[in-house]
Design a protein around this ligand. Structure first.
Ligand code: BT5
Length: 243
């Protein structure tokens, strides 16, 4: 597994999108800082140089049918890595990891497709040693340091994560999706009221649970059940008022 390290990049995902033709399956790119870190749907990923920011390139034997599950798989591996640091976390479908309800990690899964699928890129930002957050993130973000009072070595934490990822991705390739049971057990959204962007419509609903296939089962205000996958729906926000 080749690990490429940079002091600064625009975005580790963007780097792999540009450079993947010359790189091997499972190449990992790490940056100490990103000047154009990306979240999903054009959103930004902020860092103050105290985070772990990396992307993994997947090129061989791509399973595009199950590819969206890789975001959930990565969330489970982050949860397991935090557990190794004695930090409890929950996984917020489809791509966040939370410590005491605050986001400490986000996952951005991107694909490169031309005539055929060329690459999948799993990008992950983990707030490691942040001593605080500003503005919009002040009350919403967590870091491992804020949770534990300890500072973490970026490469050590990456190694822990990659150990979990290699094992889980090996299982995934054999169609063993047992990571989903960990997700179900540590799912943040169960029972919560949320607003989903569902085929362009805002759907106010209550989460029932994550299903065995990784979809999210929700119930709308008319009592109708919907099983949504992350490609069909994105979470607008938690909706605090009951409906
Ligand atoms: C994500 O998007 O959570 C995916 C983030 C992926 C970041 C990694 S870093 C390495 C790789 N290279 C990249 O360029 N990206 C990946 P989303 O679910 O859209 O969440 C974005 C939202 O999270 C923002 O709109 C903010 O509200 C919040 N946010 C931004 N920075 C944050 C941070 N450091 N900690 C917690 N929340 C943050």
């Amino acid at each position: 597994m080749q690990i490429l390290c940079f002091d600064e990049l625009d975005s580790t995902n963007s780097y792999l999108k540009r450079e993947y033709p010359s790189l091997k399956d499972m190449t990992v790119v790490v940056a100490s800082h990103q000047n154009a870190g990306k979240g999903r749907l054009g959103r930004k990923w902020e860092d103050d140089s105290s985070s772990l920011l990396f992307s993994i390139l997947l090129r061989d034997s791509l399973d595009m049918e199950h590819a969206p599950l890789l975001s959930l798989l990565s969330g489970v591996c982050l949860h397991e890595s935090l557990k190794d640091c004695s930090i409890d976390s929950e996984i917020k479908w489809p791509n966040d990891v939370l410590i005491q309800g605050k986001k400490c990690a986000g996952i951005l899964l991107e694909s490169v497709v031309s005539d055929k699928p060329e690459a999948l890129i799993v990008g992950i930002g983990v707030n490691l040693n942040n001593e605080g957050f500003q503005g919009e993130l002040e009350d919403k973000a967590a870091s491992l340091f804020l949770a534990s009072g300890r500072k973490y070595d970026r490469m050590e934490f990456l190694k822990v994560f990659l150990r979990h990822f290699r094992r889980r991705y090996g299982q995934f390739r054999k169609k063993d999706f047992s990571f989903l049971s960990v997700l179900k057990e540590h799912s943040y959204l169960d029972g919560k009221e949320i607003l989903l962007d569902y085929y362009g419509e805002n759907l106010k609903c209550r989460v029932v649970s994550v299903l065995d296939d990784g979809r999210l089962e929700v119930i709308d205000r008319n009592g109708r059940i919907h099983d949504v996958d992350s490609g069909e729906a994105s979470l607008c926000r938690n909706y605090s008022n009951s409906f």
